[in-house]
Design a protein around this ligand. Sequence first.
Ligand code: SF4
Length: 254
Amino acid sequence: MTSDSQLLIAGWKAVSLVDVHGYSSFTLWTCGCNLKCPFCHNWKIANIDSSICKYISVETILEEILASSSLVTYLHVTGGEPLIQWRGLVELFKKTRGIVLNSLNSNLTLYVPLKRLLELNLVHHVAVDLKVPPVKLYGLPPSSVERLWAMFLKSLALLRQHHVLVELRIPVHRGLTRGVLERYLDQVRGLLDPEKTVVIFNQLLGEPIVNPRNREWCRENCFPEEALLVELAEVAKSYGFSSVHIKSIPGFPQ
Ligand code: SF4
């Protein structure tokens, strides 16, 4: 039996230094996702694999957060797509008020749940991928991608309206040219406050470093040249973003 006081999760890390840029976090992985990104390396969590996903009470999670609270700035909820379980998140985030700040890692395609959380002032930081082109990265039929992309744009606008800090992560694959990135930055630039946005270019990784959902897709598209990330970072700066960072593994591709 499930209730709003439970969350379906895959686990947590009591103190993480890598999940929120520049800050420490208690990181919680929730199960289930509405997208099927081919590069996803948390696809077992996204698919609600019964060997790793378990229901746990919000109270139990809160006890664990309290134990780490002196060491972390944020509770960072990732997944999967946490907004699928937005009612449980409301319960959790209400209880962490005054203890830690709340950070959400979301694909931002579930607009209404996001709106509920923001209206309650429960979210301080959002990490989100700019998955472009979405028809290639969402892993869903083109007929659904258009609607989801529209929800993504609407959600970005909502974050700006609520003055939420945004960590815009850009997964870089071999097909992400300067022209493609510019086409999508044109759409999102006005929806982001450059003062409240950190842009991070992430080199998409495949085997043997991670276990992606679609290995064949990753063999073709993952491990872009580092030079491409450097070029794209310059593009982002030219759009007025001053906090731009690159995450790549030196030496790849081989
Ligand atoms: S990368 Fe994120 S949004 Fe995409 S399927 Fe995996 S968990 Fe879902």
